[in-house]
Design a protein around this ligand. Structure first.
Ligand SMILES: [Zn+2]
Length: 335
């Protein structure tokens, strides 16, 4: 029997996505250690990120706050990981990173704290910090802080949305330092979920005439244009998802599809998988539901439209921006 030799594929040019270079050692082998979080809280070198309502505590300079030791020892560490929830994020140079997820009903302004005694250390933590959304943090320069923050927010969101067993409806409990939830009645473990979504720079033509397809979604501000994107459906490959989404939203037929890079996007649980795709048709017919406008842009046309403020691109922290600028070949104006 003769083995078929695959033809060499062209080199895929990766898109530099924010956080790409940062690798957090998640030290997964430690998650099952009994009493891990409780023990780490007592160690002076342990660093803790604070999460509240999907936002992170930040210092005046905007960097993610990583608190150490003493003050946190006062915060309770319930065995089942509920109220507040402690998560083990990993290690760096021998120091452990934890996330402390404060209850949603602790008010960020410290004005109205339902169910929590004002002298409670949780209420103090909420009141004494400034809170920023993950999009802002990922856009900042603190790569390690952004990577840890993304991990913490993604895992916290999974816990918040999976309080009960999807099979029998009984409450589940957190185990393994926040990396599983268990239905005690049935003895089943559930694991954190990530929903794959595809996002793609679709082009047609060649050279100076090459054009990029950008769309305007119904719920976006005026003049905002970005790459098309959508969720992968059950039973579908990533390439099929790229072709289906582009066809559904814009009427454009896609042929060749190449992978370019990925970005976790925990709003609440997406993983954006970036592709570069080549269209085999030109005519655009938007679906009018998800997309209300879509256009082909040459490089010169896009640069001019952005400079004139006629097109507003997605933020620098997004893989969408990385795909657009990866095709354009340079930074484009705007935030
Ligand atoms: Zn169950």
């Amino acid at each position: 029997m003769t083995a078929s030799i695959p033809s060499p594929r062209p080199a895929v040019r990766a898109v530099p996505v924010p956080q790409d270079g940062v690798l957090v050692d998640r030290a997964a082998h430690r998650r099952a250690e009994p009493g891990l979080v409780g023990a780490l809280r007592e160690i002076g070198s342990t660093r803790v990120l604070l999460v509240h309502r999907g936002r992170l505590a930040v210092a005046p300079g905007g960097e993610v706050v990583v608190l150490g030791g003493e003050r946190l020892v006062r915060v309770p560490a319930p065995d089942d990981g509920e109220r507040p929830r402690w998560l083990f994020l990993g290690e760096d140079g021998g120091a452990a990173y934890l996330a402390l997820v404060l209850p949603d009903d602790a008010d960020a302004q410290g004005m109205d704290i339902e169910g929590i005694d004002p002298g409670d250390p949780l209420a103090e933590l909420v009141r004494d910090h400034t809170w920023r959304g993950l999009r802002e943090i990922v856009g900042g320069a603190d790569g390690l802080g952004a990577a840890l923050a993304t991990e913490a927010v993604a895992l916290a969101a999974w816990h918040a949305s999976h309080p009960r067993c999807p099979r029998c409806g009984e409450p589940t409990v957190a185990e393994n330092a926040g990396w599983t939830r268990r239905c005690v009645d049935e003895g089943i473990d559930f694991y954190p979920r990530t929903d794959p979504a595809v996002i793609m720079s679709v082009v047609r033509g060649d050279g100076a005439d090459e054009q990029l397809l950008l769309g305007h979604a119904a719920h976006w501000p005026d003049r905002r244009f970005s790459t098309l994107a959508g969720y992968v459906e059950p039973g579908e490959s990533l390439e099929q998802a790229v072709r289906r989404e582009v066809l559904e939203e814009s009427g454009v037929v896609v042929g060749e599809v190449d992978y370019r890079g990925s970005q976790p996007w925990p709003f609440p649980a997406s993983l954006m998988l970036g592709f570069h795709a080549r269209a085999t048709s030109e005519e655009i017919q938007v679906d009018g539901v998800e997309l209300t406008d879509a256009r082909w842009f040459t490089r010169a046309g896009l640069g001019a439209a952005v400079d004139a403020g006629d097109v507003l691109l997605p933020g620098r922290s997004s893989i969408a921006r990385a795909l657009i600028e990866g095709w354009y070949g340079a930074r484009l104006a705007g935030d």
